[in-house]
Design a protein around this ligand. Sequence first.
Ligand code: BG6
Length: 512
Amino acid sequence: MQQSNHNACILVIFGATGDLTSRKLMPALYDLEFKNALHGHFRVIGFARRKKTNEEYRKEIFDSIKKFSKMKVKNDVWERLRDKIHYHQSEFRDFDGYMRLDRFIEKISGQKSKNCNKVFYLAASSEFFEVIVDNLKKAGLAFKGSREPYHRVVFEKPFGNNLKSAAKLNDIIGKSFDEEQIFRIDHYLAKELVQNLLVLRFANSMFEPLWNYKYIDHVQITVAEDLGVEKRGSYYDKAGALHDVMQNHMLQLASLVAMELPVSLNAADIKEEKVKVLRSIEPFSVKEVHNITARGQYGEGKISGKKAAAYKDEEGVGKKSYTETFAALKLKIDNLRWTGVPFYLRTGKRLRERVAEIYVVFKQSTPVLFHEHLKNSELNMLIVRIQPEEGISLQFNAKVPGAKILIEPVRMDFCHECKFGPNTPEAYERLLNDVMLGDSTLFTSWGEVENSWKLIDTITKAWQGKKPKFPNYEAGSCGPREADALIEKDGRKWIEPQKPSYSVLLENNHKK
Ligand code: BG6
């Protein structure tokens, strides 16, 4: 990534002491600094409620960078970034805090705040989005339509907590900002292997002709985490897996797998095709929800041999919580390409391992010649491993050596890191840089947000109407039995992630 005048900017992070800032945003800024991609005049201001000095804040940030950055922590890089970090204490609702912010920007940049490029990153709970946007406008810190210097605003997901609140929020911010100033985050879009999906599909003549109901039996998408809710219990208990991951990351992945060839690589054209997928999802009623979904909540268990608490005992979570920490969903896309091909999505916390994979499962080959031999074999599959150990695998049938015909599935693996090296930008590193460049390709449009809430609202309504028996899966397991039942009733099984063949190689490389 190159340093450019675009990132001579003031980045203000609302929610600067939260989990997202320490886990993702600051490590991403460190990685950008490491690659010399932050301009000398770039400054980041942490805006948060707690009282603390600059020095205290910088120390906390250094600790999280040491913990979460993928890059080596080097003193000279840290010192460069450290000098760019500032802390501004204020309540989000306190207008005076914004007036002080205006003066603070002038002080640290040496020029009037109105002359600075500014990015406002709302890494706070969405209940504060409205008041923050309002105060920014009233204090003259941001205005509609500015190009030079630019004023941009970034919203963390979830954008709203249902269609109604999301639409209201969209209207409000539309009064203060033009669409091109608004960046709605879904960080999965910036993961390298997710970006690779378009290339895989549309730059390879061998996949596209097979990418339809004639050859594909079904698609599975798994986003599993071994982590629990960490320090985000009070947020998560209101969101659950459905709103936290299914409404955004999972539906985005499904749209990228299912979309038609966009007219161009232009952000608007790609988004338009994704919206069409969301709008083509076969509608379902509240009554039908139990047929196409499964949910779960973890109880006590063990993760990598260590005892893990039940969800209800996590900090910030209600003792009687009915919030799901696992969600599975079966979708059908009602268009020419996908008639009759189910998409099975599942996501959850405190599962056996952290892994995100897409499986495109092909139909059984016409079993004329090998009818008997293929009976118990597995289906051909294309597997996109989003994380960890990013890569793409193709599973096909091969002959086992010997006189008799025995068939076994084998995998051919492409290891992303082995080919392109370990320094592929992390999702947030890419996104922060793109906001400063003004490139919204990897952000979501209002149409995408709107249509995903339409689907999810029906599920929320059905789930709220019926109390589940929770907990129903152990921390460290593969999820609830109900999720297995969801796919098994169609005569299929969840595909359990396998370590790719190159994982030993990567492990050895990382030890060096
Ligand atoms: C976030 C969710 O959007 O994605 C978190 O809010 C989740 O709950 C995270 O842990 C997973 O992201 P990643 O990049 O670690 O897979």
